[in-house]
Ligand binder design. Structure first.
Ligand code: NAD
Ligand code: DAU
Length: 350
């Protein structure tokens, strides 16, 4: 039985990857390592927690001794590394947390894997999950390819870029088998409501202002989270050692158009009159250093591994809204306490 360590599996994307792997590969044992920070939530995995090929390990990747001990105890064959501090706004107010988890935490995992695998790297793989934000910001035209020069511009993207470089360094220096993928913005069920889409769904539902940074002209390329998980599965099994793959939705939206679309869907779902939710749109102070546009060229993944997004955005956004409306308890458990404090601090200053 193959033993695969998935880090950050209690988070948004990680929980979908853990579910896909435990369900698709009964001959793999999936170890979900997560520190359960504010973003980690075991409720995301309630439906699979009893599976015999699944084990949860509560641990912090910044704890080097713990990472070494876990590799010694379990002898993992592969790692899919998603654990990270992931929100750009939080990286602006607390960069150090991002340096610790995203850089130091990644090095701790690389060291533990290297120590455990050094005598025989055959059939081992360290798969690092990264972001398109490492490439910086695009103008009106062009797409990020795998050879676009790194130009990260926020503490979050700089810490992710740094971790990408370190993963490649362990490949070149120690011969560690690695792959890296850089994905565009994900959306879908279980995303923490600090990110644009779930935050807006929650605010529309509660008739609260929808905060749009600047003029809402920034562009993101949105991908349904399950299509990202499918790409990760493909790359884990068929990606070439040492390679990088870009993953994207081929689905660019300005923030303001996206929120209008979301308002339209929510008006229908909530039985509100047309245009009612859009009245909640409120332009607020822009994000510091706000990247203008991200857009991915996913041709390498499509032509070499045959991946395609399975969902059109219209269908994906309806499914997402349906999920949040059907999972009120999940949302309510999050939006009390610490979330309220974060929200008030983040948005009262705008
Ligand atoms: P998330 O914030 O929802 O989840 C992160 C998870 O990591 C949480 O479960 C959290 O508890 C865990 N974690 C954080 N610090 C930890 C630590 N020190 N030790 C162990 N666990 C820790 O993030 P997400 O949106 O699911 O993103 C997952 C990964 O995918 C990240 O590496 C992110 O950079 C990358 N990514 C995200 C997107 C996106 O649109 N969300 C796009 C491309 C790439
Ligand atoms: O591109 C991939 C990245 O996408 C991931 O690596 C990050 O982990 C993920 O958080 C996401 O980063 P963004 O900064 O693009 O996502 P966010 O949802 O925070 O913001 C999307 C856009 O919406 C961005 O232009 C900022 C804007 N925004 C965001 C929030 C939270 C608003 O206008 N208002 C808001 O309240």
């Amino acid at each position: 039985m193959k033993k695969i360590l998935i880090t950050g599996g209690a988070g948004f994307i990680g929980s979908h990857v853990v579910r896909l792997f435990t369900e698709t590969y009964p001959n793999y044992h999936i170890y979900n390592l997560d520190a359960l920070t504010y973003a980690g939530n075991l409720e995301n995995l309630k439906d699979i927690e009893q599976k015999s090929n699944y084990t949860f390990l509560k641990a912090d990747i910044t704890d080097a001794d713990k990472m070494n001990a876990l590799f010694t105890e379990y002898n993992f064959d592969g790692v899919i590394h998603l654990a990270a501090e992931s929100h750009v706004d939080r990286s602006i107010s607390d960069p150090l947390a991002f340096i610790k988890t995203n850089i130091l935490g990644t090095v701790n995992l690389l060291n533990a894997a290297n120590e455990s695998w050094k005598d025989n790297m055959d059939n081992k793989l360290f798969y690092h999950i990264s972001t398109d934000e490492v490439y910086g910001s695009l103008g009106e035209t062009g797409l990020f390819t795998e050879t676009t020069a790194y130009d990260p511009r926020s503490p979050y993207s700089s810490s992710k870029a740094s971790s990408d470089h370190l993963v490649r360094a362990y490949h070149h220096t120690y011969g560690m088998p690695i792959v890296i993928s850089n994905c565009s913005n994900n959306y879908g069920p279980n995303q923490f409501p600090e990110k644009l889409i779930p935050l807006s769904i929650n605010n529309i539902k509660n008739k609260k202002p929808i905060p749009i940074y600047g003029k809402g002209e920034n562009i993101r390329d949105w991908l349904y989270v399950i299509d990202h998980a499918r790409a990760i599965d493909l790359i884990y099994h068929q990606g070439k050692n040492g390679e990088t793959y870009n993953i994207g939705g081929i689905n660019e939206w300005t923030n303001i158009d996206l929120i209008h679309k979301l308002c339209e869907v929510m008006d229908k779902k909530l039985g509100r009159k047309e245009g009612e939710s859009a009245e909640l749109i409120t332009f607020v102070k822009d994000r510091a250093g706000h990247d203008m546009r991200y857009a991915i060229d996913a041709n390498k993944l499509t032509s070499e591994l045959g991946w395609q997004p399975s969902l059109q955005f219209e269908e994906g956004i309806e499914k997402t809204v349906d999920w949040y409306l059907a999972n009120e308890e999940w949302l309510n458990n999050i939006i009390s306490g610490d979330y309220e404090k974060y929200y008030n601090k983040q948005y009262s200053e705008r």
